[in-house]
Design a protein around this ligand. Sequence first.
Ligand code: NAD
Length: 254
Amino acid sequence: MSNTTNTNRVALVTGASSGIGRACALRLAADGFAVVVGGRNADRAGAVIDEISAAGGTVTTALGDVAEPGYGEAAVATAVGTFGRLDVLVNAAGVITRADAEGTSDEEWYRVMSTNVDGLFRTSRAALPALRSAGGGAIVNISSTNGLVGAAGLAAYCASKGAVTNLTRAMALDHAAEGIRVNAVCPGAVDTHMLYSERDRTVDEVRAINLPDIPEGRIPVAEEVAHLVAFLADDRSRHVNGANLSVDGGYTAA
Ligand SMILES: NC(=O)c1ccc[n+]([C@@H]2O[C@H](COP(=O)([O-])OP(=O)(O)OC[C@H]3O[C@@H](n4cnc5c(N)ncnc54)[C@H](O)[C@@H]3O)[C@@H](O)[C@H]2O)c1
């Protein structure tokens, strides 16, 4: 369903060339936002741009590595320079490493933290002046159920998503009076590349391992997460702030 109230509004989505970020970019474009597609791979980002353009949406790209200092500033400058403003930032770029603490090298720890925490923090910080200039706006972080509860064999990932969960609360408090809302969605297992990555298992084996822990008994597609992100991005959710909302089929209700 199209939401025309977002016409002339602008959203930047990191990690938008695949998975949840891609679904968010497509959803926000369909809801009327001009979208800046963040990503590292020009071909994959280009495919998302083509999809949005073909559907009649307004779109550009901001290529780069969110872990690199300066990426956030450059991406926000692209949004403001191209479309004149920024109303929404969706931080979807993320990586995972599947190991307990002893199995996590310094290199892997920093790879996860520099993307999931440093990159998200710096991009959010860079977005604040533009969101303020637009008269307020929304940051939506893609956290995880692993930011709400622990999980075995995911030490660095759980640490990173725990940081996202509480940074979300802290920034919500700091910027509420400016009309800048900061919320997070906390998906459980979602049917994307990340769910199946870094495992010596087939897709069917991964699904069989995850399904018994999901009360609904189903692994969702990325679009189901994007619906909640779109709600948090616009005025329908104007009294929702500092929330970490799970999209997990009941996993964290247990
Ligand atoms: N799939 C799941 O089961 C699941 C569950 C909970 C949370 N999440 C979170 O959702 C978000 C999106 O993941 P996804 O499931 O869509 O997987 P995905 O691998 O399809 O998407 C992650 C995207 O982030 C990009 N990315 C990674 N590191 C980057 C960097 N340094 N700079 C720029 N882009 C970078 C990747 O290129 C990719 O496009 C992540 O933050 C992830 O932690 C995923």
